[in-house]
Design a protein around this ligand. Structure first.
Ligand SMILES: [Zn+2]
Length: 234
């Protein structure tokens, strides 16, 4: 009985979280500048697919394990990297690139773009692109805004740097560290053709992210989904 009550409370908590994020997402689609939110396959013949994306890396507590997991599953993902972390762990950036995954720009210092001066914003975008290019030979074409915050001024600056904003469609609030089973549950409720899943890297989240990624990949595969890299350019 007690377990049933706890389970019910847990489910309710997860539904509230998803509804909150859904509301934020709907609002974002309305007020944020144009960008990519994930979408269904244009070709009806194609198997349904989802996108796995990882933000805030690279990080030694998550990146090597995620790369191993993705390799085991024969799939590719998209990593939105923080410039300062790239400077700290260039070998991890190289490993992501060499494994064939896509690397996007997630700013240099992970600050909300609207709070930066034009000069600071340009530095955040440009220096991250430069360090990724220096390590991998490839310049990112996609930008995921820290905290999901974007504005019109940033759109212009993104364009100048050859970047397109990439948003999300399944964000399980994993940054609040609710535990892997809640992250899995929240994501799986949202999964449909074209879902753009975001999970986060980092030391505090490591166990949760790795466990959740493993189970989400397994469940999506069981449901017949294929995994695609996000590939949009300015
Ligand atoms: Zn982030």
């Amino acid at each position: 009985m007690r377990n049933a009550i706890l389970e019910g409370a847990d489910e309710l908590m997860c539904r509230v979280s998803n509804q909150k994020i859904d509301l934020f997402t709907q609002l974002g689609k309305f007020v944020l500048p144009t960008g990519y939110w994930g979408k269904a396959a244009a070709n009806e013949q194609r198997d349904p697919h989802v996108y796995m994306t990882f933000d805030d890396g690279p990080h030694p507590a998550t990146t090597p394990y995620l790369l191993e997991l993705l390799e085991q599953n024969g799939m590719h993902a998209t990593f939105f990297l923080i410039g300062a972390n790239c400077a700290r762990y260039p070998e991890l950036v190289r490993a992501i690139h060499e494994a064939g995954h896509v690397i996007g720009n997630h700013s240099y210092n992970h600050l909300p773009v609207s709070f930066l001066s034009a000069k600071q914003l340009q530095h955040e975008l440009q220096s991250t692109n430069e360090i990724i290019k220096e390590i991998t030979g490839t310049t990112p074409t996609m930008f995921r805004p820290p905290f999901g915050i974007m504005d019109q001024r940033a759109t212009g600056c993104l364009k100048d740097n050859g970047l397109t904003p990439v948003y999300w469609s399944a964000a399980p609030e994993d940054w609040l560290i609710p535990g892997s089973h809640r992250v899995i549950r929240r994501v799986m409720w949202k999964v449909t053709d074209g879902t753009l899943i975001v999970l986060h890297e980092g030391g505090l989240l490591a166990g949760q992210t790795i466990t959740a990624a493993k189970e989400i990949i397994y469940r999506c595969k069981t449901l017949g989904y294929q995994f695609s890299k996000v590939n949009v350019s300015a």
